[in-house]
Design a protein around this ligand. Structure first.
Ligand code: ATP
Ligand code: MG
Length: 219
């Protein structure tokens, strides 16, 4: 770590990645370019508590991400949630990361605007800003919509310029415009189950793995 020219900071982009697709990967690449951190990780959720079971197993989701990230040496894979037992609460993941990187290194949690608008549903969400900055990827069709307690917690922390992130370990909220590709894992799973071909929505290596393993077939 501490690569010259890059900010000494850790960023995680979480998701179920069931499967990973070019929407995720483009968002990651744009975040990587905009924020220039020296430790950029994609972090697949183990057992997401607030949604149903993933269709592919944790090890398949991890393997697909590994294949996809071969094309981007700056982005690494963090399997800490998958290795941990029980439901994956982001608060526990951030605590674990914070313990590993020390108290002073900026830690950024990247999440889509859709997820940010629902943040008040997350376990102990009020404590997240004590552990990390939030880098919220805005989408034209999904503007910030914070209400009640969520607005009270997030709005005073909002900054307009990423430079402020590097002088504090946690606590700030930055909104970043990210190109949204109209691709979702749900749609890819549905296409495969219907016998259609989702070519060009995700890396060919990932699609080949899905075919080999027979993932996302109907029934
Ligand atoms: P599903 O359809 O199963 O919900 P998904 O395609 O939405 O899957 P997730 O694993 O839920 O993928 O998303 C992980 C992260 O990537 C979230 O922060 C989400 O906001 C973001 N994301 C998902 N799809 C896109 C996309 N097309 N463009 C940019 N960001 C995306
Ligand atoms: Mg989703």
């Amino acid at each position: 770590m501490n690569t010259p020219g890059l900010h000494p900071a850790t960023l995680i982009l979480g998701g179920t990645f069931d499967p990973v697709h070019f929407g995720h990967l483009r968002a990651a690449a744009e975040l990587y370019e905009q924020l220039q951190v020296d430790d950029f990780r994609m972090l697949p959720a183990g057992q997401p508590p607030h949604r149903g079971r993933t269709q592919a197993s944790a090890s398949d989701r991890l393997h697909m991400l590994k294949l996809a990230l071969r094309a981007h040496p700056g982005i690494r894979l963090d399997d800490c949630e998958i290795r941990r037992e029980g439901p994956s609460y982001m608060i526990d993941t951030l605590r674990q990361l914070r313990a590993a990187i020390g108290a002073r290194r900026p830690l950024l949690l990247a999440l889509g605007q859709d997820a940010a608008n629902q943040l008040a549903r997350w376990h102990r969400w009020q404590e997240l800003p004590q552990l990390a900055h939030l880098a919220i990827m805005t989408r034209p069709d999904n503007p910030p919509a914070y209400q009640g307690e969520l607005a009270a917690v997030l709005q005073p922390r909002c900054i307009a310029d990423s430079e402020q992130l590097w002088s504090l370990p946690a606590g700030l909220v930055l909104h970043l415009p990210i190109t949204e590709l109209a691709i979702s894992s749900t749609d890819i799973r549905a296409q495969i189950a219907a016998g259609r071909d989702p070519a060009f929505l995700l890396p060919a290596s990932v699609l080949a793995y899905i075919r080999e393993q027979g993932l996302y077939q109907a029934g």
